[in-house]
Design a protein around this ligand. Structure first.
Ligand code: F6P
Length: 401
């Protein structure tokens, strides 16, 4: 390998600049010149038209702030296989040849990873550095930890306004069809309920938990103050398994429609039940909150941080993992081990998986959910007790969030 391209793709997130910087610095140390392929797969497809590429020389790489989320290499959501050009793979190869690029480090999630698998099958040498704030790959992926920290921070901060107004507060967060970041962020911030796509929500159960905890908190408070915090993943499933989409949005090239409205849906379902519940009037009176026609049921609000859960600064964990994943990808490319996904650097082992396997979607483990259910968190179903088995761990521990 003399020259390599670094490409980032899909939704951006924390830790990605760590990947770019780690890949560039490792490449430079091996005498390989790293180049930025701008704008993800769109840029790769259009490489042939470009006049110049930016080399991440040691000085240029030094300027990348690894702590900033997002990617200096830029992104797009382009599924190469779907480009209506019968010569698309030849065009990409010609573009790479034009700049003497021997191989690619590609950082992306399951969709971008599937494109990487496709390119590998077309004979393009590439290694995948896992990235997605959704955390739904088989390996750890940069972005997960940063997002979890942000979600936890937002829930914590929302508590001040929620308690002041005695409100039920809902935070609706990204994560697509997996609930990993809602789950961990919610747990980290002591949320009362966490609704994830892995568990279709039974709103009667959520309502009961909410009513009991909300009023008990307020009635036990010496200043009659309290709130109830819900974290809901955008991929929320209703009890019948249906999802909530933004019907006005078009599907992207990977066939995903924009998920939106989970928070509002939770408001509707809880409001209906508060209004229909004959005990609420009495409870509102006990809490000294009742005012006829003005304040008859608890107020519910929903906040949607959207892209705020994946921007700004990255967690230190993601920067470290990102740098290692980028560096490991270059080491693998240089060793001729291609078509694989980096797992991490463990001691002196560069660990990797076949990419096809690594990008298989991973969901929240319901055993983990049961641990927190037993400790009182509501997941919108009848609480299941954790059923522990005991095992003495040997060697290195590889489990991740
Ligand atoms: O897959 C990452 C992700 O952040 C999802 O959690 C979210 O649904 C989606 O990307 C949002 O994508 P975009 O930035 O294209 O709106």
């Amino acid at each position: 390998m003399k020259k390599i391209g670094i490409l980032t793709s899909g939704g951006d997130c924390g830790g990605l600049n760590g990947v770019v910087k780690g890949a560039a610095q490792m490449a430079n140390s091996l005498g390989i010149t790293p180049y930025v392929i701008p704008n993800g797969y769109a840029g790769l497809y259009n490489l042939i038209n470009m006049d110049r590429l930016t080399a991440l020389t040691p000085d240029r790489a030094d300027k990348i702030d690894a702590n900033l989320a997002g990617s200096d290499a830029g992104h797009s959501r382009v599924k190469v296989k779907k480009i209506e050009d019968s010569k698309k793979y030849e065009r990409i190869k010609e573009g790479m040849k034009k700049f003497g690029i021997d191989g690619l480090v590609i950082s992306g999630g399951d969709d971008s990873g599937s494109v990487m698998v496709d390119l590998s099958e077309q004979g393009i040498k590439c290694v995948h550095a896992p990235k997605t704030m959704d955390l739904d790959l088989q390996t750890y992926s940069v972005g997960g930890d940063s997002t979890i920290n942000k979600i936890a921070q937002y829930v914590e901060e929302l508590k001040t306004t929620s308690i002041t107004h005695n409100r039920v507060m809902i935070l609706e967060v990204f994560g697509r069809y997996a609930g990993h970041t809602a789950f961990r962020g919610g747990v980290a911030a002591d949320a009362d309920a966490i609704l994830i796509p892995e568990i279709p929500t039974n709103f009667d159960i959520l309502y009961k938990h909410c009513k009991e905890r909300y009023f008990s908190r307020i009635l036990k408070s010496d200043v009659l103050a309290g709130c109830y915090m819900i974290v809901v993943a955008e991929g929320l499933k209703n009890v019948d398994g249906s999802e909530i989409y933004d019907e006005s949005s078009e599907a992207d090239s990977f066939g995903h429609k924009k998920l939106a409205g989970a928070g509002k849906f939770v408001i509707q379902e809880l409001t209906k039940r508060f209004k229909a519940d004959p005990e609420i009037k009495e409870l509102m009176k006990k809490a000294q909150m009742y005012v006829e026609k003005m304040n008859e049921i608890p107020e519910i609000r929903s906040v949607v941080p959207g892209h705020l859960v994946r921007c700004g600064h990255s967690s230190a964990y993601d920067v470290c993992f990102g740098k290692e994943a980028g560096a490991a990808a270059v080491l693998l490319l240089n060793a001729g081990t291609v078509g694989v996904t980096v797992v991490g650097i463990d001691g002196n082992q560069v660990r990797y998986m076949e990419s096809k396997k690594a990008i298989e979607q991973r969901h929240v483990d319901l055993n983990q959910v049961a641990v927190y259910e037993q400790m009182g968190v509501c997941f919108g179903r009848s609480a299941v007790n954790f059923a522990p088995k005991f095992e003495k761990a040997e060697g290195r521990i590889t489990r991740h969030l």
